[in-house]
Design a protein around this ligand. Structure first.
Ligand code: ATP
Length: 236
């Protein structure tokens, strides 16, 4: 059984059908990527999985249960965390306070402390800046903070919405290294990206979305080698 199974999912905003009959799955332990151009429907799919948008039809099953009608807070409590596009750290709160917000559902202080230690080991830059206002961090650091905050909830499945967007090349590589590291530590990842090259290089499997539909799927390596993907997304 797949950890996440999306079946015949459609999402509409009034007359706009943003997602059309999309089906895919994510197995435990995998990094799966959805790639596609601006407006292909990637964010709509993620927001529907995390319960922020309701589908017009189709089903989403997570750990064997259908969740398309379950409230978002309950989905998070069941171990599914999303890092939204554009990071959204809380300005006016320190780095530490932002991380603590990620653990608000877990009342076990010792566990949170141990988890925080792990997160600081993975993101040493966050520890150096733990007392700094989150708003003063650079874009790359804010992305790390948003990922660290999501990891504070010890998710089974992490949804990442374009983590490399708008970042300097040096941070982009670091972010993808971190995604691989998160997988190694046992968290399953669904990664949405416009940076097809990097995303496919680290993904076990991928799906290509065009105007709301899946047009291609395969292993990361297969898609990287595919002529269609090379032409459309990798510059020839
Ligand atoms: P991007 O990379 O730009 O975020 P995306 O692949 O994530 O693109 P979506 O954000 O899911 O794509 O958008 C898919 C389509 O749905 C687009 O045509 C977009 O304009 C439309 N759309 C998204 N959100 C809304 C909304 N709240 N109301 C109306 N239309 C929307």
């Amino acid at each position: 059984m797949a950890m996440l199974e999306v079946k015949n999912l459609s999402v509409s905003y009034g007359a706009i059908e943003a997602v059309k009959d999309v089906s895919f799955e994510v197995n435990e332990g995998e990094v799966v990527t959805l790639i596609g151009a601006n407006g292909a429907g990637k964010t709509s799919i993620l927001r529907t999985i995390s319960g922020l948008v309701r589908p017009s039809s189709g089903s989403i099953s997570y750990l064997g249960n259908e969740i398309q009608k379950v409230p978002a807070r309950k989905i998070v409590a069941d171990g599914l965390a999303q890092v939204p596009e554009g990071r959204h750290v809380f300005p006016g709160l320190t780095v530490m306070e932002n991380l603590e917000m990620g653990a608000f559902l877990n009342k076990n202080k010792e566990e949170n402390k141990a988890n925080l230690k792990k997160i600081f080991a993975r993101f040493p830059r966050l520890e150096e800046r733990k007392n700094q206002d989150a708003a003063t961090l650079s874009g790359g650091e804010q992305q790390m903070l948003a990922m660290g905050r999501a990891l504070m909830s010890k998710p089974k499945l992490l949804l990442l919405d374009e983590p490399s967007m708008g970042l300097a090349p040096i941070f982009i590589q670091e972010i993808f290294d971190i995604v691989q590291d998160i997988q190694k530590q046992g968290t399953t990842v669904l990664l949405i990206e416009q940076n097809a090259n990097k995303a496919l290089s680290i993904a076990d499997r991928g799906y290509v979305l065009e105007t709301g539909k899946i047009v291609l799927s395969g292993t990361g390596q297969e898609l990287l080698a595919s002529e269609e993907v090379r032409k459309a997304y990798l510059g020839g």
